[in-house]
Write a protein that binds this ligand. Structure first.
Ligand SMILES: Cc1cc2nc3c(=O)[nH]c(=O)nc-3n(C[C@H](O)[C@H](O)[C@H](O)COP(=O)(O)OP(=O)(O)OC[C@H]3O[C@@H](n4cnc5c(N)ncnc54)[C@H](O)[C@@H]3O)c2cc1C
Length: 343
C-alpha cells in the first residue's frame, strides 16, 4: 500500500493551495478530489483587494470594482476606493490554474475519487468501481462544508452551524457590484449582484436557519423581480456554508477552509480563509513551530463576525438597525470596507 507524507482530501482552493506549497518544498503529497473536474463549486466568486486580488494572475480576474453600491432600508449609496475593492473569479478557471500549479510542483492529484472512510493512519477512497487505500503521516481535511475529515475528528457534535447561500447565474446583472440589506427579506443576511465577464451572480446569504430555504428563495425572487432582473431559464444553485470554526490543528490532522468552518459568518466569504488556512497548515507541516499569524488574524475576525451576525439575528429590529449603523460608518468613512472582509 502506498504511503504519502500528506494526504489532502478535497481539491477546492484550500486543498489545492496546500498541495502546491507542500509539494514545492519536496513533501510527498496526494490530493483526492471526488469530482471528475476540479473547480465545480456553488460560489459567487467574489475576492477582495486585501485578500486574493493581489495574489492571483491578472488573467484570472473576471472584473474588478473600485466602487460598491450599498443598499439598506433607508440608505442607498456608493463607496469608492483608489484600488479595486472587490473582484470576481470564475471557480473553474481558478481551480484549473491552482491544480496545474500543484501538479507542476510535484503533487499527485486524483480526481473522481471520493474518500469514504478514514482511519488514524490511512484513508479509503472509491473511484466508483473499487475501493483503494493509502497511508499518511499527515491528513488535511480540505473537503468543504460536509467534511468527512471533520466528522472523523468528532467535530460535528453538536451539529455544526451552517449558513446558506443561493444564487442565479444571469446573463446581465448591470454594471455595478451591489450589496443589499433588507431584514424583511433576508433577516440578518443580505443579497448581492456580483458581475462577471459574461454573466452575473445574483444571490443571497443567510447565516443561520431563521428562514427555511424555500422562503429564502421566494424572497430572493421577489427582490430580483423588484430589480427587474429576469431569472427564467437561468441556472439556480444553492449550498450550505460551514461557519462553525472549532480549530484547525488536531495532532497529525488539520482542517482548512470550509471544513474548518472558517468562512465569514457575516458575509459567507470563504475563498480567502481557505487560502490562508491552507498556507498555515502547509507551513506548520513543514515547520511545526510555525506561528500561523495570518490564520490567527482570520480566526479572530471570524469570532467578531460571528458575534455581529448573532446579535443581528436576535430580533428584526437588530437585523434592521445593525446594517443601517454599519452603512452609516462606511458612508462617512469612519470604517473601511475591509472590516467586513476575512483578510
Ligand atoms: C452561493 C454561494 C456563494 C458564495 N460566494 C462566495 C464569494 O463570492 N466569495 C467567497 O470568498 N466565498 C464565497 N462562497 C463560499 C466559498 O465558496 C467557500 O467558502 C470556498 O469554496 C471554500 O473553499 P474550500 O477549499 O474550503 O472548500 P470547497 O471549495 O468546498 O472545496 C472542497 C472540495 O472537496 C471535495 N470533497 C468533498 N468531500 C469529499 C470527499 N469525501 N472526498 C474527496 N473530495 C471531497 C469537493 O468536491 C470540493 O471540490 C460562497 C458560497 C456559496 C454557497
Amino acid at each position: 500500500m502506498t504511503k504519502y507524507d500528506v494526504v489532502i482530501v478535497g481539491g477546492g482552493p484550500g486543498g489545492l493551495r496546500c498541495a502546491a506549497l507542500l509539494s514545492e518544498r519536496g513533501v510527498k503529497v496526494l490530493l483526492l478530489e471526488r469530482q471528475k473536474r476540479i473547480g465545480k463549486k456553488v460560489c459567487a466568486g467574489g475576492i477582495t483587494w486585501s485578500g486574493l486580488i493581489k495574489s492571483l494572475p491578472e488573467k484570472l480576474i473576471q472584473k474588478t470594482f473600485t466602487s460598491q453600491r450599498i443598499r439598506t432600508r433607508y440608505q442607498d449609496f456608493k463607496i469608492n476606493g483608489e484600488q479595486p475593492i472587490i473582484g470576481t473569479v470564475n471557480r473553474h478557471e481558478l481551480g484549473s490554474h491552482m491544480a496545474e500549479l500543484a501538479i507542476r510542483h510535484g503533487a499527485e492529484l486524483i480526481t473522481g475519487s471520493r474518500v469514504v472512510t478514514i482511519d488514524p493512519d490511512r484513508v479509503f477512497f472509491t473511484d466508483g468501481k473499487s475501493t483503494l487505500e493509502v497511508r499518511y503521516d499527515h491528513l488535511v481535511g480540505a473537503d468543504g462544508t460536509n467534511s468527512k475529515v471533520r466528522k472523523f475528528l468528532g467535530l460535528d457534535t453538536p451539529p455544526s452551524q451552517h449558513g446558506i447561500g443561493l444564487q442565479y447565474l444571469v446573463p446581465e446583472g448591470g454594471p455595478e457590484m451591489v450589496w443589499n440589506f433588507n431584514s424583511d427579506l433576508f433577516g440578518n443576511g443580505y443579497s448581492w449582484i456580483f458581475p462577471h465577464r459574461s454573466f452575473a451572480s445574483v444571490g443571497c446569504y443567510l447565516p443561520d436557519n431563521s428562514m427555511v430555504p424555500l422562503q429564502l428563495k421566494k424572497n430572493l425572487d421577489r427582490w430580483l423581480g423588484d430589480q427587474q432582473i429576469r431569472t427564467v431559464g437561468c441556472r439556480f444553485e444553492a449550498d450550505k456554508i460551514n461557519i462553525d470554526y472549532r480549530g484547525w490543528r488536531f495532532g497529525n490532522c488539520y482542517l482548512v477552509g470550509d471544513a474548518a468552518g472558517l468562512a465569514s459568518p457575516l458575509t459567507g466569504e470563504g475563498i480567502n480563509p481557505a487560502w490562508v488556512s491552507a498556507e498555515a497548515v502547509a507551513s506548520t507541516i513543514i515547520d511545526p513551530g510555525h506561528l500561523a499569524e495570518n490564520l490567527n488574524r482570520i480566526a479572530k475576525r471570524h469570532h467578531t463576525h460571528r458575534t455581529m451576525s448573532r446579535i443581528a439575528g436576535r430580533s428584526w429590529l437588530l437585523s434592521t438597525l445593525m446594517p443601517e449603523f454599519s452603512a452609516l460608518l462606511l458612508r462617512f468613512k469612519m470604517i473601511g470596507f475591509e472590516k467586513f472582509e476575512m483578510a
